[in-house]
Design a binder for this molecule. Structure first.
Ligand SMILES: Nc1ncnc2c1ncn2[C@@H]1O[C@H](COP(=O)(O)OP(=O)(O)OP(=O)(O)O)[C@@H](O)[C@H]1O
Ligand SMILES: [Mg+2]
Length: 255
């Protein structure tokens, strides 16, 4: 198993955010997490990424416990994270620069990645000259260029309109097929989850834990036309049925 989350709990002061969460992700797998707002999804991401420590429980990558950030684990956040004073190429090459990769190799790898995410022609532009969707592509390229073993994505398309989300989802699906990346992906969108994932984890209301794991049998590679597949509709219904109850509990503030 590449990533193992074992009995992880997290309490912030008096708020119990997560309780006894366990999850395994195999190499090359794409796993999505859905759950009501405030159930601890970002908390889980921050713990797996080594940005915060769990109150109890362990995270291991391969055989190594996670204790702090690790270049093998790349993170794409929801918020804008590009440096405004750096061009697209300079943004994408930033991590390589920090880890001492030589200029020539840096530029080659950055350009290849920029092309892979569909930003060819925008290499010398600054973030303010790009659309929101294009800036998200920069964020994805910046993470992928480091070749992490595991990519964590916390609602990377959350701020975008539905069409852009589906198109970027399709592109992520294509990139995933090309790189065989292992991804843990948080989303509120069932369409996105079903387009991209091998498995979808439904979390309970806070304190968050695994409620249900739905296997996605839809054949890969997939594109957004999959939304009209009857099996897609059935799976989407199954996810909503499971999540609806938890969302109502979260709204009522009980569990
Ligand atoms: N740094 C913090 N200090 C105190 N409480 C926190 C902190 N971060 C998160 N929490 C609390 O932990 C719970 C889970 O928060 P988290 O951000 O993980 O939820 P989420 O599932 O990502 O929600 P959303 O879907 O809205 O992004 C919330 O009740 C939140 O108030
Ligand atoms: Mg969150």
């Amino acid at each position: 198993m590449l990533l193992t989350v074992e009995n992880v709990s997290k309490t912030y002061g008096t708020v119990e955010a997560m309780r006894d969460m366990s999850l395994e992700v195999d190499e090359g797998e794409f796993v999505s997490i859905v759950g009501p707002s405030g159930c601890g999804k970002s908390t889980l991401m921050e713990i797996v990424g080594g940005l915060i420590a769990p109150t109890s429980g362990t995270i291991t990558v391969g055989d190594t416990p996670v204790n702090g950030t690790d270049p093998d684990i790349g993170i794409v956040f929801q918020q804008e994270s590009a440096f405004p004073w750096r061009t697209v190429t300079e943004n994408v090459a930033f991590g390589l620069e920090m880890t001492g990769v030589g200029k020539e190799e840096r530029l080659t790898r950055a350009r290849d990645m920029i092309e892979l995410v569909g930003l060819k022609g925008f290499e010398e532009r600054y973030p303010t000259e790009l659309s929101g969707g294009m800036r998200q592509r920069v964020a994805i390229a910046r993470t992928l260029v480091m070749k992490p073993k595991i990519i964590l994505m916390d609602e990377p398309f959350g701020a975008l309109d539905e069409q852009t989300r589906l198109i970027l989802g399709e592109e992520l699906s294509r990139i995933r097929e090309a790189t065989n990346a292992t991804v843990l992906f948080i989303t509120h969108s069932f369409d996105e989850a079903l387009l991209l994932s091998d498995r979808i984890v439904v979390m309970t209301a806070r304190p968050g834990t695994v409620k249900k794991i739905v296997e996605n049998p839809l054949p890969r590679p997939r594109d957004s036309t999959i939304v009209s597949d009857p099996e897609f509709g059935r799976l989407s219904g199954e996810l909503w049925e499971s999540l609806r109850e938890e969302s109502m509990r979260a709204m009522a503030g009980e569990r």
